[in-house]
Design a protein around this ligand. Structure first.
Ligand code: IPM
Ligand code: MN
Length: 356
C-alpha cells in the first residue's frame, strides 16, 4: 500500500503563494513517481490570516499544524501590515507558530552549486565547494526574552538562554556534525554578553559527550567577516536566534542568491520547512520569484520529516540538472544562463526532472 502523509501548507504573503505552488507541483510529481500519497491542508498565517481573521496566528492554524506529519511554509509580511501593533504583525504570527510547534532548531544549509559559481558576487575560488550548515536556535534568545517594552523615551529587549535551551540546540548541532565533517564553530559574543558566556560554557559541557567532534568558538562579528573572507573553514555553525538570523542571510550570498536557501525547523514535534528569505512584496505576483529555496525546503521535509530519502534525492538532483542545463530565474542569471525562466516554468522543469 502507498504511504500516505498529511502535509500542512501555509502559503503566506507576497511571493509566498507563487513559490509554495511550485513546491507543491514538484512534490506531486515526485510522490506520484515514488508511490507515496501527500494530502495537503492549507492554513492561514501572517498578513493573509490578518486579512481573513484579524490576527496573524489563528487558533485553527495552531490546531491544524499539530495534526500534520510536516508543514511547508512560504513567507509572510508586507508593508500593508507594518503599522499594526507588534503582537498583531505577520512576523509575530510566525514567531508564535515556531514557539507553538516547539521547533527550536533551525537548520540552514548553505551550499554552492558549481553551476552557479558565477552568480555570486564573491570570487569563484573563495566559494567553490562551500558546504556549511547554520544551526540556529529558533524559539529563545533576544526574539522571545522577557521583559521587553517600547516606552516613550526608551525601549528594551532581553536576551535570555536557559541551560536546557542551550543544551538541546547544542546536541542537535553535535549530532549533525557527527554526520558531516565533525567540526563545530559555536558563534557568540562572549567577550561582551553574560548570556553568551553562559552559552559558551554550556556548549563546552555538551562537547564532552562528543569527543570526536572538534569544537571552536568565534565572536559573531568575526564570524560575519570570516564567512565572507574564507567560508570553506566552516562545517557546522552553532548559534543563537538573532545571530543565526543575521549570519544565515550573509551565508546565503555565498550561494549566489537568498532565493536558493532552504531551511528545516525541527524540535520535539511536527517540523516546519521554510525558505530563509522573506515575502519580497516588491516582486510579488510578477512570476519572477525564485522557487528553488522553497522546492529545496520541500526536499528537506521529505528527507528529515517523512524519511522519503529517495524522493528528496530526486528533487535535489533535479535542481542541479536544471541549473546545469542553464535554466535560471532572474536573481541567478549570469553569463552561464541559457534561458531566463519564470517561477512557474522553473517549477515545471524541476517537476519533470524529479519525476523521472
Ligand atoms: C527568518 C525571518 C524571520 C526571522 C522573520 C520574518 C520573523 O527573517 O526566518 O529568517 O527573523 O526569524
Ligand atoms: Mn531572517
Amino acid at each position: 500500500m502507498n504511504k500516505s502523509y498529511k502535509i500542512g501548507i501555509i502559503k503566506g504573503d507576497g511571493i509566498g503563494p507563487e513559490i509554495v505552488d511550485e513546491a507543491i507541483k514538484v512534490l506531486d510529481a515526485v510522490s506520484v513517481a515514488q508511490g507515496c500519497n501527500l494530502k495537503y491542508t492549507e492554513m492561514l498565517l501572517g498578513g493573509a490570516a490578518i486579512d481573513e481573521t484579524g490576527i496573524p496566528l489563528p487558533k485553527e492554524t495552531i490546531k491544524g499544524v499539530k495534526k500534520c506529519d510536516a508543514v511547508l511554509f512560504g513567507a509572510i509580511g508586507g508593508e500593508k501590515w507594518d503599522k499594526l501593533e507588534r503582537h498583531l504583525r505577520p512576523e509575530s504570527g510566525l514567531l508564535g507558530l515556531r514557539k507553538e510547534m516547539g521547533t527550536f532548531a533551525n537548520l540552514r544549509p548553505a551550499t554552492v552549486y558549481d553551476e552557479l559559481i558565477h552568480a555570486s558576487t564573491l570570487k569563484p575560488e573563495v566559494i567553490k565547494g562551500v558546504d556549511l550548515m547554520v544551526v540556529r536556535e529558533l524559539t529563545g534568545g533576544l526574539y522571545f526574552g522577557q521583559p521587553r517594552a517600547l516606552l516613550k523615551d526608551k525601549a528594551y529587549n532581553t536576551m535570555i538562554y536557559t541551560r536546557e535551551e542551550v543544551e538541546r540546540i547544542a546536541r542537535v548541532a553535535f549530532d549533525i556534525a557527527m554526520k558531516r565533517q565533525k567540526c563545530i564553530c559555536s558563534v557568540d559574543k562572549a567577550n561582551v554578553l553574560e548570556v553568551s558566556q553562559f552559552w559558551r560554557e554550556t556548549v563546552e559541557e555538551i562537547a564532552k559527550e562528543y569527543p570526536e567532534v572538534e569544537l571552536t568558538h568565534m565572536y559573531v562579528d568575526n564570524a560575519a567577516m570570516q564567512l565572507i573572507r574564507e567560508p570553506k573553514q566552516f562545517d557546522v555553525i552553532l548559534t543563537g536566534n538573532i545571530f543565526g538570523d543575521i549570519l544565515s542571510d550573509a551565508a546565503s550570498m555565498l550561494s549566489g542568491s537568498i532565493g536558493l536557501l532552504p531551511s528545516a525547523s525541527i524540535g520535539d514535534g511536527v517540523g516546519l520547512f521554510e525558505p530563509i528569505h522573506g515575502s519580497a512584496p516588491d516582486i510579488a505576483g510578477q512570476g519572477i520569484a525564485n522557487p528553488l529555496a522553497t522546492i529545496s525546503s520541500a526536499s528537506m521535509m521529505l528527507r528529515y520529516a517523512l524519511g522519503e530519502i529517495k524522493s528528496a534525492d530526486k528533487i535535489d538532483t533535479a535542481i542541479k540538472k536544471a541549473l546545469k542545463e542553464g535554466y535560471r530565474t532572474g536573481d541567478i542569471s549570469d553569463h552561464d544562463a541559457k534561458e531566463i525562466v519564470t517561477c512557474s516554468e522553473m517549477g515545471d522543469i524541476i517537476a519533470e526532472y524529479a519525476s523521472k
